[in-house]
Design a binder for this molecule. Sequence first.
Ligand SMILES: *Cc1c(COP(=O)(O)O)cnc(C)c1O
Ligand SMILES: [Zn+2]
Length: 406
Amino acid sequence: MYHLECIECGKRYTESDVVYTCGECNGLLDVIYDYSTIELDMNKLKKQCPSVWKYREILPIDETQEPISIEEGGTPLYRCDRLADKIGIKGLYVKHEGLNPTGSFKDRGMTVGVSKAIELGMKTVACASTGNTSASLGIYGARAGIPAVVLLPEGKVALGKVAQALMHGAKVLSVRGNFDEALVLVRQLCDDEKFYLLNSVNPYRLEGQKTIGFEIIDQLGFNVPERVVLPVGNAGNITAIYKGFKEFMNIGITDKVPRMTGIQSEGAAPIVDAYRNGRDDITPEKNPDTIATAIRIGNPVNAKKALKAIYESNGMADTVTDDEIVQAQRDLAQLEGIGVEPASASSVAGLKKLVNDGIIGKDETVVCVTTGHLLKDPQEVVDVCPKPVVVDATMESIRNAVFSDK
Ligand SMILES: *Cc1c(COP(=O)(O)O)cnc(C)c1O
Ligand SMILES: [Zn+2]
């Protein structure tokens, strides 16, 4: 029903091959289905609540394999009128992926990726991570009952994410290097030790994440928004979501795709640089830096696929500053009650900038994807918010504090 195919040379691999990139040319692989054989029952689709496994007919896991699941996906799509007003746009929705079981969209990729690992008979799973991938792999490894090994860049991972990886029992290695270096090392480790690699270079992970695209369409009553805006780090998610939109079109559920709009931080923007120069591949950034640690990546593995998604969908890519990210994080939290980690807020910061610059029209219907939960990075919150006011345990003191400066 499906196979893997190299995006560069077209070489095919079967569903039982353990392979992450093309053995011939090192190109990225895509999971390809025969869409003519996929029939989705629209009545059933309209009745069932969204979730990753709702779309099982278009997921590459054998029917006999019980999914390794903790009920991921089915995240809310909020209509955000107050934030829309502030930005100066008519129709704004936020897809809050921070409400997945571990607090990020990585769970969608991991439920499919770890299910595939078990189907393939792999004994250990591994990844490099800016944090959320490790948190997610930790929990799915535990759920599957197999060991997980995670490599993190030392000192650059938000506290909540490390806490999750540790408590769920992953072997956590803190690498004296950045994410890009950790990824090179874990790829070698997986090849040497026959561990199953679950970074987003693994095409099965992207299959899980494409369900964000399915759910957006589903939750909009099978309508297609004009644009989707999201943060871009290793560039897997923008690739995956676009694939989801395209597949719904290929199956005949929709007749167009949204314009894929990727946002990076100024300090880590290889995809944006490539886009600005009209190129289809990147020049790696050696020393990426940003407050948004989840997208602190200089050499995104999925760059080629992501740039293709951007060009094909008539989308674009732009940068935001750390200050703009923090401001958008506050706006989401205080105008809409949506608590996100910094990387997630870059989507809204990017939208605001592009509307200000007149690049995104005020009449567009836009969905911003907020990728991770506020509690992932509590230290950043404490750093950017005012301190709690310390008061005596008396009514006078409390009243003084409540009514001061307001
Ligand atoms: C992983 C992650 C990203 C980046 O996604 P890519 O697929 O690497 O582009 C953005 N935000 C958060 C919170 C993440 O965990
Ligand atoms: Zn190839």
